[in-house]
Design a binder for this molecule. Structure first.
Ligand code: CAA
Length: 293
C-alpha cells in the first residue's frame, strides 16, 4: 500500500551508489543500513582521516557483530565490508544517485555541505538530510537543483527502529520524493511523510515528553523517581536512558529549535543545558542538581 501522500512509485529512480556525508555514529549506522539492504557501494566522507577511519572502522565492527550473531553469512560480511569505503574528498560521490548528510546540526554547515556535493553529482542525484529538526526548504534554498533535496530522518538505533520520517520541502519534486519512499522501503523502514515544520512530527512529541520529565527534575523531583515514574507503562527504556542514547547535545538542539519556533509551548531544561555545557554526558545527577536560585 502506498504511504499517505507518497507520489506514484513509478517515478522513483534507481539507486546504485550511495554517499554519506559525515562519519560519526549516526552516519556510520546509516552507511551500514544502506550497504546491507541496498547492496550497493556506499562511500563515507568526513573532514579528516581520523574521523573517517573511525567511522569506517565502526561499520566494519558492526558487520563483525552481525556475523558473530549469525545474522549474516561470512560471504555476506566480506561483501558488505567491500561495499563500504571512506574518502576525504566528495569527488568520490561523482556517480552516486543518493547522498545523505548526517553532519553537525547547523544550518550553515549543512547548506555548505550540499553546495559542495552539488559540484560533483548529477542533477538527478537525491540530496537527503538526516536532520532532526532543521528546515529542509531552507537547506535547499540557493542550490542549483533544490528539487532534489528531501528530509530522510532516521531514529536511533538506526538498525533497529522501523520509523523513517520523509520530509517534503517547498521545492522537493515528485521523482525525488518517490525515490525517497522506494529507498525507505528497500531499507525495510516504515516511512511517513511529514511537513517541513520545526522538528517535523516525532521529535515534537518526544521533546514534549522528555521535556516534562526533565522539568520535573529541574523543579526538584529526584532524578531516579522521575526517570522510573512510567516504568509500569512498559516503555522500551527510561527517559534518561533514551537521553543518553540520543545524546544530550542533539536533544538540547532539538529543544532549542522548538523553543525558538514555539516559545510558549517548548522550554529547554536547565539541567540538560548544564549537562551539555559540562561535556560529561554520563554525569546526570550532578548536572540536574537543583540550582541555588
Ligand atoms: N545499534 C545496533 N543494534 C542495536 C543497538 C544499537 N545501538 N541497540 C540495540 N540493538 C539491537 C540489539 O543488538 C538487538 O538485536 P538482535 O535482536 O539482533 O540481537 C535488538 O536491538 C534488541 O536489543 P536488546 O535486546 O539488547 O534490547 P532491548 O530489547 O531493550 O531493545 C532498543 C533496545 C531497541 C534500543 C529499545 O530499548 C528501544 O526501542 N528503545 C527506544 C529507542 C527510541 O525511542 N529511539 C528513538 C530515539 S529519538 C531519535 O533517534 C530521533 C532524533 O532525531 C533525536
Amino acid at each position: 500500500k502506498r504511504p499517505a501522500g507518497a507520489p506514484d512509485p513509478a517515478l522513483a529512480r534507481k539507486v546504485t551508489k550511495v554517499g554519506v556525508v559525515g562519519a560519526g555514529l549516526m552516519a556510520a549506522q546509516i552507511a551500514l543500513l544502506f550497504a546491507r539492504r541496498l547492496e550497493v557501494p556506499v562511500v563515507l566522507t568526513d573532514l579528516d582521516d581520523e574521523r573517517l577511519t573511525k567511522g569506517v572502522g565502526h561499520v566494519h565492527a558492526e558487520i563483525d557483530g552481525l556475523l558473530a550473531k549469525g545474522r549474516v553469512s561470512a560471504d555476506k560480511a566480506a561483501r558488505l565490508k567491500g561495499l563500504v569505503s571512506g574518502s576525504l574528498t566528495k569527488d568520490a560521490f561523482a556517480d552516486a544517485d543518493f547522498v545523505i548528510e548526517a553532519v553537525f546540526e547547523d544550518m550553515a554547515v549543512k547548506r555548505k555541505v550540499f553546495a559542495e556535493v552539488e559540484e560533483f553529482v548529477s542533477p538527478e542525484c537525491v540530496l537527503a538530510t538526516n536532520t532532526s529538526s532543521l528546515s529542509v526548504s531552507a537547506m535547499a534554498a540557493g542550490l542549483r537543483h533544490p528539487g532534489r533535496v528531501v528530509g530522510f530522518h532516521f531514529f536511533n538505533p538506526v538498525a533497529v527502529m522501523p520509523l523513517l520520517e520523509i520530509v517534503r520541502g517547498e521545492a522537493t519534486d515528485d521523482a525525488t520524493l518517490a525515490t525517497a519512499f522506494a529507498t525507505g522501503k528497500t531499507l525495510k523502514k516504515s516511512a511517513v511523510l511529514v511537513k517541513d515544520a520545526p522538528a517535523f512530527v516525532v521529535n515534537r512529541l518526544l521533546t514534549r515528553f522528555m521535556g516534562e520529565v526533565m522539568a520535573a527534575v529541574d523543579e526538584g523531583t529526584p532524578l531516579a523517581v522521575a526517570d522510573h515514574a512510567l516504568d509500569g507503562l512498559g516503555l522500551p527504556m527510561t527517559p534518561f536512558t533514551l537521553l543518553q542514547l540520543v545524546g544530550p547535545a542533539v536533544s538540547l538542539h532539538v529543544a532549542e529549535t522548538l523553543h525558538e519556533a514555539f516559545p510558549d509551548r517548548y522550554a529547554t531544561s536547565r539541567g540538560l543545558a548544564k549537562l551539555v555545557a559540562a561535556g560529561r554526558p554520563g554525569v546526570y545527577d550532578a548536572a540536574f542538581a537543583i540550582d541555588p536560585e
